[in-house]
Structure formats: structure tokens, C-alpha cells
Design a protein around this ligand. Structure first.
Ligand code: PLP
Length: 365
């Protein structure tokens, strides 16, 4: 059996065909192909507006800038997430405030979040982690009461619906990442979704040197270059052609993993509640000492990945420390199993049989 990576993209002739079209047009910066890609994202998510950015981190930065967040402001972020969520807050000069997460899903605990709100709180960034969804109805009720901006970090949740509505379309802003490990990838890339034309225009200026369109040199605002390219869009359009097949495959991988691991008492397969339609981005399990299973599986040619390291423990954030026990407990128990779209049934069976033999060999020791 060849090495099974934890995650790899599905790239084939479809991407090459789209790239050839863009390259032969010689227009490789952000243009028609990006427009096509964004239209498809709007169709898939139901969002009225989408803006492309160089990556998901800058999609967060653009959203924060558009919301007017900066010096002296506080932004609540979940403690369990990829560090880009909170780095974006720091980049605009605001302070990230770490909030504990729910014990199984790892998503923002909205009750805990309510406790952290004060007069400096200007925004909340709920993260739809690993294919889960934040309790958006509960969060909406909270922010309506306080008049706080919501920027959904949906970097990992393309194809995740909460009560029938696509994640990323609830808040004032919602962002996606198209990094190589995401369901839909462009290599690098990001998108901001927003509901209003006003935000759309503002976001466009922010990412395009402070102007409303390219090719003019009078700049009404200070802006930046967070642009996308038609090369990225070409890959994205090809990826979206495979979206339905990807989602179907991910769902059936999750089902098979769940069946094959059901009788291993030491392992809990993390599922989603009924009202969440997941993309099962990563198939995750909770167990004691994930590091040992990780090493064991690696020795058998299987790649796995530990959960994100809690933000409150990150060495680079030490002055910002606060306790988040659920986030820490999940880090200490979580492991992501091979989750690529192209995984074969016999590969999943092999992974599960190796997990089983890890526990039986432990008993013999
Ligand atoms: C939850 C989360 N937020 C933000 C990002 C940042 O996106 P990017 O890598 O495209 O900058 C990522 C991942 O890459 C992520 O997983």
C-alpha cells in the first residue's frame, strides 16, 4: 500500500484545460475567469456578493478593515482555530480575545462568548471548524442584542450548511480559503462574501489600492494589493466542476470510517448535529494520547494530523493568555485521519484496521 497522506487535493486534466484557456488568453491577472469563479461561488452559497483575495488570511484582514476595526478594539475569536484567524486581528491593530469552544465540535461556545463582550468588543469571528458549524442562530441573537459585527471564518467550510443555509452567509462578512488542503483549492486564494453593495464596494477598494476599478491612478482611499489571479480562478473553476462528486465522496468516506471504527471503544468519531449538512472536510477522532496513534500510523504509511494548538498557549501570544479548558482538552484528544476526496475504500479499511491493531498490540504489551 502506498503512503496515504492526511489530505491531498484532487487535481487532474480539468485544471490543466482551464489553465490552458487562461494562459493562451495572456490575461493572467484578475479578470474574466475570476468573475466566472465568483459567480459560481455566489450561486453555490446564495450570497449576493463575493470578492476574491490572494488568500483567506487577507480575506479576514479586508473584512476587518472594511468593518472599521483597528487600534483599541477587541475581537472575540475561538481559542481552537488555525492561527490566521487571530493574526488577522493583530494585523489591523486590534486585540484578539480568546473564547473557549464547545467540547465536541470545537466551535465557538456562544454562551462563553457572551461573557467576554464589553464596550471595546467590535467584532466576533466564529470559525466553522473542520466541517462543523457554529450555532449561528444563537450567535445572531447575541450580536443583535449588542450591535457587533460578525465575520464568519468559513475557510474550511465550503459545502457546509447550517439549517439549510450555507456557512459564510450569516454574518456581515464570511470568508473562504482556497489553500491546497481545502475542499476546493486554487493553490492559494480567498473570498469574502458580503450582503450589501456598500460593503462590496469598500472591500473592492481595500483590495485594489483604494480605487473602484483597475487602470485609473486617482485613489480616493488608502488601499492594498490583495488581488487574485485568473490562474488561481482557472484552477478554482475546474475544482467547482467536481464539487458535487467531492461532497458525495467525502460523505461516503465519513460513513465508512464511522462504521469501521464504531466498535473500538477507545475511539470516538466526531459527527455533526442533524441540522448541519457537513462537507466532512477532515474526518476527526477523539482518543487518549493522539500523539502515540499518530506515530504508530505514520510507521504504517498513514498520515494523520493533530488538532490545532490552542491559541491561548501559542508562544507568540503569551501576553494574551487566558484559560480555555475545552479547547485544551480537544487538542489533547483530537486527531484528523486521512480525508482526501480520492481516498479508496480499501485505503479507509487499511487505516481502520491499523487503528484496531494499535489497540490490540497495546493490550498485548
Ligand atoms: C480556520 C482558518 N482560517 C483562516 C485560514 C487562512 O487561510 P489562508 O491559508 O488561505 O490564508 C485557514 C487556513 O488556511 C483556516 O483553516
Amino acid at each position: 500500500m502506498k503512503y496515504i497522506p492526511q489530505i491531498e487535493p484532487w487535481i487532474d486534466g480539468a485544471e490543466l484545460k482551464q489553465l490552458e484557456e487562461v494562459i493562451s488568453s495572456t490575461f493572467i491577472t484578475e479578470n474574466k475567469k475570476t468573475e466566472e469563479f465568483l459567480n459560481q461561488i455566489c450561486q453555490l452559497t446564495g450570497s449576493p456578493h463575493a470578492i476574491a483575495t490572494s488568500n483567506g488570511t487577507l480575506a479576514l484582514v479586508a473584512s476587518l478593515l472594511s468593518a472599521g476595526i483597528g487600534d483599541g478594539d477587541e475581537v472575540i475569536v475561538p481559542d481552537l482555530t488555525f492561527i490566521a484567524t487571530s493574526n488577522a486581528v493583530i494585523l489591523v491593530g486590534a486585540k484578539p480575545v480568546f473564547c473557549d469552544v464547545l467540547p465536541t465540535s470545537g466551535c465557538l461556545d456562544v454562551d462563553a462568548c457572551a461573557e467576554l463582550i464589553n464596550e471595546k468588543t467590535k467584532a466576533i469571528i466564529p470559525v466553522h471548524l473542520y466541517g462543523q458549524s457554529v450555532e449561528m442562530e444563537q450567535l445572531e441573537a447575541l450580536v443583535t442584542k449588542h450591535g457587533i459585527v460578525v465575520i464568519e471564518d468559513a475557510a474550511e467550510s465550503m459545502g457546509v450548511f447550517y439549517k439549510g443555509k450555507h456557512t459564510g452567509t450569516f454574518g456581515d462578512y464570511g470568508i473562504f480559503s482556497f489553500f491546497g488542503n481545502k475542499l476546493i483549492t486554487c493553490g492559494e486564494g480567498g473570498v469574502v462574501l458580503t450582503k450589501t453593495t456598500e460593503n462590496y464596494k469598500e472591500l473592492y477598494r481595500i483590495k485594489n489600492h483604494g480605487r473602484d476599478r483597475k487602470g485609473i491612478f486617482i485613489h480616493e482611499n488608502v488601499g492594498y494589493n490583495f488581488c487574485f489571479t485568473d490562474l488561481q480562478a482557472a484552477i478554482g473553476v475546474a475544482q467547482l466542476q467536481k464539487y458535487e462528486t467531492m461532497i458525495t465522496a467525502k460523505k461516503s468516506h465519513f460513513k465508512l470510517y464511522s462504521q469501521l471504527l464504531a466498535d473500538i471503544d477507545e475511539v470516538e468519531v466526531v459527527d455533526v448535529p442533524d441540522y448541519v449538512d457537513s462537507n466532512y472536510w477532515f474526518v476527526n477522532i477523539l482518543l487518549e494520547s493522539p500523539a502515540d496513534l499518530n506515530d504508530y500510523l505514520e510507521s504504517k504509511g498513514i498520515g494523520t494530523r493533530r488538532y490545532f494548538y490552542p491559541l491561548h498557549l501559542q508562544p507568540c501570544y503569551q501576553p494574551l493568555q487566558r484559560d480555555c479548558p475545552n479547547s485544551l482538552a480537544l487538542y489533547e484528544k483530537g486527531l484528523s485521519l486521512p480525508s482526501s476526496v480520492l481516498l479508496k475504500e480499501d485505503e479507509i479499511k487499511y487505516v481502520c484496521s491499523q487503528i484496531r491493531s494499535f489497540y490490540t498490540s497495546k493490550l498485548k504489551r
